[in-house]
Design a protein around this ligand. Structure first.
Ligand code: OAD
Length: 234
């Protein structure tokens, strides 16, 4: 059995990382045009670096929760039976990896990676983004930005994602509001290909009506229960 799992900020909420669109979410405190667009970075790079430096500091102390752990168990269980969990996350945190998931597709990039805005070189970096950083690849300073996909930029790994969707037997969406495309459109694509679809979220998402099966509640409870059911049925 091949399962395509799409995760969003809700899976990390109980690890202390804020979501974006809930009450008190990140986008209720910051204008995404200022901190999550190439134009915002061009206007005020210091503001953008400060924003992501605070998020890096917050991530350093975060631990995975029971939902991340359950998805790592599912990957192992499917692989043991010749199947696959394709874990595609919109999250830029590393909590799936910390929980033991072996392959995580970060379609919106990774917070703990720095990218040179001049030449697109990337390098692992949990320290602070600085205007003084000199890129080892092109030798230029001033281009250090987070390796995070901003609005107006193209998500990563789209070819691998489309291939994985096409070979999936089940599509599951976990902890995402279904507001940001292309990820929000995966469920409709899956449905059009005749793939079973399931939503696990705190509350119905924007496209809840498209899903065959829905379970609502905190990820730390709903995801492990759902995973145990899937494993029992393998
Ligand atoms: P959102 O903040 O839009 O949605 C989070 C979802 O998680 C909501 O539907 C909540 O109901 C749900 N949720 C909250 N707490 C939960 C919990 N404990 N258990 C289960 N579900 C919970 O976040 P995303 O859908 O991930 O993109 O946002 C998608 C993209 O928009 C992000 O990747 C980011 C953002 O702008 C970029 O930065 C490019």
């Amino acid at each position: 059995m091949n399962i395509f799992a799409l995760t969003g900020a809700g899976v990390s909420a109980e690890s202390g990382l804020g979501t974006f669109r809930d009450k008190d979410g990140v986008w209720t405190k910051y204008d995404l045009n200022d901190v999550a667009t190439p134009e915002g970075f061009a206007r005020n790079p210091a503001l953008v670096r400060d924003f992501y430096n605070a998020r890096r500091a917050n991530l350093a102390g975060a631990q995975p929760n029971a939902a991340h752990a359950a998805l790592a168990r599912l990957e192992t269980a499917l692989a043991a039976r010749g199947g696959e969990l394709f874990l595609c996350t919109q999250n830029v945190d590393d909590l799936h990896e910390k929980a033991g998931s072996g392959r995580v597709i970060h379609m919106h990039g990774e917070l703990a990676v720095t990218r040179c805005h001049h030449c697109a070189a990337t390098w692992p970096d949990t320290g602070s983004l600085s205007a003084d950083t000199v890129c080892a690849a092109c030798g230029r300073a001033g281009g250090a930005r987070p390796h995070v996909v901003w609005f107006g930029e193209i998500p990563l790994f789209m070819d691998a994602i489309e291939d994985a969707l096409a070979r999936a037997d089940l599509f599951v969406s976990i902890g995402t509001s279904g507001s940001v495309y292309p990820a929000a459109g995966f469920v409709a694509e899956a449905r059009a290909m005749g793939i079973a679809t399931c939503e696990l979220n705190l509350e119905p998402s924007a496209n809840a009506y498209v899903f065959d099966e829905k379970r609502y509640g905190a990820a730390s409870a709903v995801v492990p229960a759902w995973v145990e059911g899937v494993i029992a049925g393998l």
